[in-house]
Design a protein around this ligand. Structure first.
Ligand SMILES: O=C(O)CCC(=O)C(=O)O
Length: 329
């Protein structure tokens, strides 16, 4: 198997109601859970429209109706898996609209048994059609199978990440891949990957997981089918990534995948300094990672810093409702 190959079984898994006890139990056992319909059809359409407004508003000449204008020199900077972490996306109207859906908070509130939550200022994964330009195909899963929680710096249960899916998934296009139950391996990583871990600062919550790990041999990766409007939640210890599917160059000349990354954690886990920075981030249109208990500025990611960011216009400063301000802190 070459380094970047990863075969995942495309699977229809149970879809739970936001806030249900069953959804929390499934998450605890499997390390992931699908929450059905956190956005309805109309809300999903609005979310996609706002996503295009963000892209067109960058001022680089992107036109939603002309895929030939979606070229790298106009597209926002994308990192692994087509994730756009910066250019103000974390404070865009699209992201605020999606993360403010009541069912998104219900889902996280039941996980934490706490409804005083702060939301991440995350980005989105937007996949352009490789049928137009093969180079737009995103990284194959095996190249970035990972967990988002340092095994020593953050032991035990610490965070649940999520994505709101805006376009129904298919085996051909691909999408998120995860390894059910792999959150239970987290405690053993320190012992099994001592040398690798020694090179990673305990404050960096990203660990590339070897796809040939023998403990994964009996639990094949899955790619969950998601309807438009579904929320996928996973424990940050669950081994995951995304990958193009079986026919990535075969799709129509339109956006192939659009997901909004979203994460909520209890306000009680944060502190006054982090909250102050979060409040300032709204006006500055700064994006973050999934964590809201620490301050991590996604505009300072090396790939973002290395790029020519002057050409991008930031989205307008969002006017937040009381509900949204409470999610800032
Ligand atoms: O796009 C995806 O499904 C993967 C997202 C991911 O790996 C992450 O947010 O850590």
């Amino acid at each position: 198997m070459s380094d970047d190959q990863l075969t995942a079984e495309y699977t229809r898994v149970p879809r739970f109601e936001a806030g249900s006890t069953e959804s929390v139990e499934y998450l605890e056992q499997q390390g992931y859970v699908v929450i059905a319909d956190v956005l309805d059809t109309e809300q999903t359409a609005t979310a996609l429209d706002l996503t295009w407004q963000f892209l067109e508003g960058l001022g680089t000449g992107i036109d939603r109706d002309d895929p030939h204008t979606w070229s790298d020199d106009r597209w926002p900077i994308a990192v692994h898996g087509g994730i756009i972490p910066g250019q103000g996306i974390g404070q865009s109207a699209a992201q605020w609209f999606i993360r403010s859906a009541p069912a998104v908070k219900d889902a996280f509130a039941s996980v934490w048994d706490d409804d005083e939550l702060l939301v991440s200022f995350d980005g989105m994964a937007l996949w352009r059609p490789a049928s137009i330009e093969p180079a737009w195909q995103t990284n194959r899963g095996g190249s970035w199978l990972h967990i988002d929680q340092h095994p020593i710096g953050r032991p035990g249960f610490q965070c649940v990440q999520g994505l709101v899916n805006l376009i129904a998934t298919s085996p051909e296009v691909g999408g998120n891949i995860l390894i059910p139950g792999s959150h239970k391996l987290h405690d053993s990583i320190e012992e099994r990957y001592t040398d690798r871990l020694a090179k990673i600062d305990p404050a960096i919550d990203h660990f590339r997981y070897p796809s040939d790990d023998p403990l994964l041999a009996d639990t094949p990766p899955i790619m969950c089918h998601l309807e438009a409007g579904d929320l996928l939640l996973w424990d940050s210890r669950t081994v995951h990534c995304s990958s193009p599917g079986t026919n990535p160059e075969g799709g129509d000349a339109e956006l192939q995948r659009a997901v909004s990354l979203v994460c909520m954690m209890p306000k009680a886990r944060s502190n006054a300094e982090v909250v102050e920075r979060r409040r300032a981030a709204v006006a500055k249109r700064t994006s973050t990672t999934n964590w809201s208990d620490v301050w991590v500025n996604a505009d300072k990611f090396p790939n973002v810093l290395a790029a020519d960011t002057d050409k991008y216009e930031l989205p307008p400063v969002p006017e937040l409702t009381e509900y949204q301000q409470a999610l800032v802190g």
